[in-house]
Design a binder for this molecule. Sequence first.
Ligand SMILES: [Zn+2]
Ligand SMILES: [Zn+2]
Length: 166
Amino acid sequence: MFLNLKQLFTGERDSLPVDCTLDFSELEYMNNHPFMHPVRVSGDVSVIAEVVTLDAVADFIHDCKCDRCLAEIHKPVQIPIKHVLVTIDTQDNDNDIVLVKNYLLPLDDLVREDLILSLPSKNLCREDCHGLCPGCGKELTDGPCGCTSKTIDPRLEILRQLTESE
Ligand SMILES: [Zn+2]
Ligand SMILES: [Zn+2]
């Protein structure tokens, strides 16, 4: 989806509302599809002191799995989508400055990048998630599973069988 910003850059108008819903359900990240739900982007592009600025908010549900117990997490998140838009390459490596070619802003690409950058490196269903028992697979957050057998390293298990058969 492209936003035509020509009127803003030529001074014909000083603001343009942005309100759309983008679909990133196909996007794969770390073996997950983090944006299964539509992403709502709302705000505006405005000219303040001759600087064209996109000032919007992306509202979405971050879909992921708990790193410890693999429970599904659907977390509502709101992130700012804020960038200065320029039509002349400033050679600036600042991520907040976006070069707009032919006055057309590819909103999907911009928002996709911001969304990915916003994703946390760790996902936990709750801060104190204890994960799963490696023996029986039960969730340990609500208490011990009652497993008495200690889990045996498969390599040690082979050793044990070897020594027993002698
Ligand atoms: Zn968990
Ligand atoms: Zn167990």
